[in-house]
Design a protein around this ligand. Structure first.
Ligand SMILES: [Zn+2]
Ligand SMILES: [Zn+2]
Ligand SMILES: [Zn+2]
Length: 302
């Protein structure tokens, strides 16, 4: 029997496994993925129904209908993205015609690669037309403005770009319940590859912007925020919307800073991520080709 590839959310309450290889694996740069992950992109492995199983209770799994084609799932305790079902992928239909007995079924699971220790390299980058202004795409895989043609998936119109009359950079969660603004210039934005960020953001790496504690003001929905602190961590805490599970800014009184998941921003912050930290812990399937400085462990000084 094949060894299974196991995945888990940050808090470990939700676990799953799949056998064999994903039939497709994409880095998705769409605005919805940016918001749900709070990052520059989400990486999704596509797995047939008969390859996938939950290995824990799904009692803490919560769902959010993000478009007429997609209902996304997350862990309601820690905010990690967890696998969800999709349908209509042409590659899936072809592959199951070849191999499996239930060949009328082209349903599949989408599992977030950041929640797996091992994964093959992604096939391509999709929805690169939505790529964030603060992010340069890494890796040499093909880039598509929507889904790759061979997937058979239709183009989905992403979130509209909202231009608001505001002097500040604004951000919001995917469902729109939580809105905030950044009232100071960013000190810095960086990419973090530590395992907590990979599992918490459920993707290759986090992209975090930093301002002072007072530099983030919530405009609406602050009461919708939930926090999860990793029990054995000194600081590591995720903040997310309880409706849609998008990662949201964390105001850290102890350190006097606010940490902003860059994927939540609606406006161009006018800076780019400047470096990569904890690259010794980088996902094996990810590759950095953007030329930014790489620090094997933490930042040299804060
Ligand atoms: Zn969890
Ligand atoms: Zn996406
Ligand atoms: Zn929300």
């Amino acid at each position: 029997m094949n060894e299974e590839n196991t995945g888990r959310c940050l808090c470990g309450k939700v676990t799953w496994a799949f056998s064999g290889e994903p039939f497709a694996l994409y880095n998705c740069h769409c605005r919805m993925c940016q918001k749900i992950h709070g990052a520059a992109f989400g990486t999704y492995s596509f797995i047939h129904d008969n390859q996938f199983r939950w290995t824990s209770s799904t009692d803490t799994v919560t769902h959010y209908v993000s478009s007429n084609r997609l209902t996304r799932s997350s862990c309601s305790v820690c905010g990690s993205v967890v696998p969800f079902r999709g349908s209509g992928h042409a590659k899936s239909a072809r592959a199951s015609n070849d191999g499996s007995t239930d060949n009328t079924d082209n349903n599949y699971w989408c599992a977030p690669a950041g929640c797996h220790d091992t994964m093959r390299k992604p096939d391509c980058n999709i929805f690169v037309s939505d790529n964030a202004p603060w992010h340069k795409i890494s890796g040499n895989q093909p880039q598509h403005d929507a889904y790759p043609p061979e997937s058979g998936n239709p183009g989905v119109k992403g979130l509209p770009t909202v231009t608001r009359p505001d002097q500040f950079v604004r951000g919001s969660c995917l469902c729109g319940d939580v809105e905030f603004r950044v009232t100071e210039p960013f000190k810095l934005a960086r990419n973090c590859h530590c395992s907590r960020c990979r599992y918490g953001r459920s993707t290759a790496h986090a992209c975090n912007g930093f301002v002072s504690y007072d530099g983030v003001e919530f405009i609406s929905g602050e009461n919708k925020l939930r926090e999860f602190k990793v029990p054995d961590a000194q600081f590591f805490t995720q903040v997310f919307c309880t409706t849609c599970s998008s990662l949201m800014p964390r105001k850290d009184a102890g350190r006097g800073i606010s940490v902003i998941p860059m994927g939540s921003l609606d406006d161009d912050p006018g800076i780019q991520t400047s470096d990569h930290i904890f690259t010794n812990h980088m996902a094996g399937w990810h590759e950095i080709t953007d030329g930014l400085v790489q620090h094997p462990e933490g930042p040299p000084s804060v």
